[in-house]
Ligand binder design. Structure first.
Ligand code: ADP
Ligand code: MG
Length: 419
């Protein structure tokens, strides 16, 4: 049986990889040197799934896998772009008169960032030439899109002297531009977790993101120690490569059900209910009483997921913090089971990958991201990830599924200038 594809992060120094990859593509295409290279990471969410739009909690880490962008400003308002994914296809766009949805395809993400910054009043953002090289897996739910928009945002900040990238507060403005680029130019709906992770995560830490709308961007993140190496652990990510065929409208349906449940319960969002359940003397009974006020079985299942999942985020942080890896793993398992049985957003591929990881000795395993495809994560002893990924690949082969691919996630640093 074939060997599972393990996607290493670029370590630098190799031809065609890292900053050098972006520089050599830039020189080849434009016949000159770039002004600099900036990079930003993909991300993976540890726990807290489908909680963001319920004003809940999530816990992403930045991946060691990054997107590198080499840029040089131009004297006019034109943009030229090229990606190592299609090195012979140069895209050209004029920023003057550009409207929302005015660019299609992959270039809509970086061009959208320039457009969003200009819309936000940063008129000094002008034209530029750009070449992009990336080792973030595309379309795996690991946010290659945010890696691209955030590296571009930091580059434009630096090149055009906006003065935003050096502070956490300034980065929030860059995050907003990256989110607008995805939502309004690329037409991809995104809530902001990916861009916050790519711009604000720290090496060795997870980012506890509190999505209550009343919190300011300075109040809503906490850096939480997540040192896998010190605990002798590895976080295996397996991308099932399953097609997202069944998710038409499913995401919107879940959101609508949650909004409707909050209305019936007389609260602004389900987070308020989760907080009430958490502080009550008998949480299980309190949750039961909430569920009994809901009109149908489906709504009760959806709400139970949201409330229990929000609770699991801080329990995971506490368990991992005190070195209780068994309990941290149990919380991963409980999260997946809730997403499978109550929220019903898993797929046969995600469930099989999780089952195999558990049977092969993972402390815990769960799907990560929106579901209906994408990736799983497993908390395993250091050195076990590769073998486990191979077993999952073998079982996928036997089941007639797509060939999965894997990587090891270590909590890495946010967007930065490389050279
Ligand atoms: P994810 O962010 O989970 O990887 P998305 O669907 O949000 O998935 O974003 C994937 C899209 O981002 C791709 O279809 C492509 O348009 C764009 N993209 C990401 N990385 C690159 C890259 N290195 N070169 C060109 N386009 C890219
Ligand atoms: Mg994305």
């Amino acid at each position: 049986m074939s060997q599972v594809r393990f996607m290493e992060a670029w370590s630098g120094g190799e031809t065609g990889q890292g900053p050098e990859g972006a520089v050599s593509l830039f020189s080849r295409v434009y016949g000159q040197e770039p002004a600099g290279v900036w990079s930003a990471p993909g991300r993976v969410n540890l726990i807290g799934e489908h909680t963001d739009y319920n004003a809940g909690l999530c816990l992403p880490i930045a991946l060691p896998h990054r997107t590198f962008v080499a840029l040089k400003p131009r004297q006019d308002h034109r943009v030229r772009l090229v990606s190592s994914m299609a090195p012979d296809d140069q895209v050209r766009v004029d920023l003057d008169g550009l409207q929302a949805r005015g660019v299609t395809g992959w270039a809509s993400y970086p061009v959208g960032v320039a457009w969003a910054l200009r819309q936000a009043g940063y008129d000094q953002v002008g034209g530029f030439d750009m070449a992009l090289a990336s080792c973030v897996p595309v379309g795996s739910g690991l946010s290659s899109s945010a890696a691209m928009t955030c590296s571009t945002a930091l580059a434009l900040d630096d090149l055009f002297g906006l003065g935003l990238g050096g502070s956490d507060q300034g980065r929030v403005t860059l995050i907003d531009a990256a989110v607008r680029a995805e939502n309004d130019m690329a037409g991809a709906s995104t809530g902001g977790m990916d861009q916050s992770a790519s711009m604000r995560c720290q090496a060795g830490k997870a980012l506890r993101l509190d999505c209550r709308p009343e919190l300011s961007a300075m109040e809503n993140v906490t850096q939480v120690p997540f040192d896998l190496e010190a605990r002798g652990l590895e976080l295996l990510v397996v991308d099932t490569q399953a097609q997202h065929q069944l998710n038409d409208g499913q995401y919107e349906q879940r959101r609508t059900t949650c909004d409707e449940a909050a209305r019936i319960l007389g609260v602004g969002n389900l987070r308020q209910v989760a907080d009430e359940v958490k502080v009550s003397e008998d949480s299980a009974t309190a949750l039961q009483e909430v569920l009994e006020r809901l009109p149908d079985e489906v709504t009760r299942h959806r709400v139970r997921h949201v409330i229990t999942e929000i609770g699991r985020v801080d329990r995971f942080i506490e368990a991992f913090g005190r070195g209780d890896v068994q309990e941290a793993g149990r919380l991963f398992n409980a999260s997946h089971d809730s997403l499978r049985d109550d929220y019903q957003v898993t797929s046969p591929e995600l469930d099989l990958a999780v089952d195999v990881a558990r049977a092969e000795g993972a402390y815990g395993a769960r799907m990560t991201g929106g579901g209906f495809g994408g990736s799983i994560i497993a908390l395993v002893d250091a050195g076990k990830g590769r073998g486990m990924a191979q077993t999952i690949a073998d079982r996928f082969h036997a089941a007639g599924f797509h060939e999965p691919r894997a990587l090891a996630a270590l909590p890495s640093s946010s967007a930065r200038r490389e050279c």
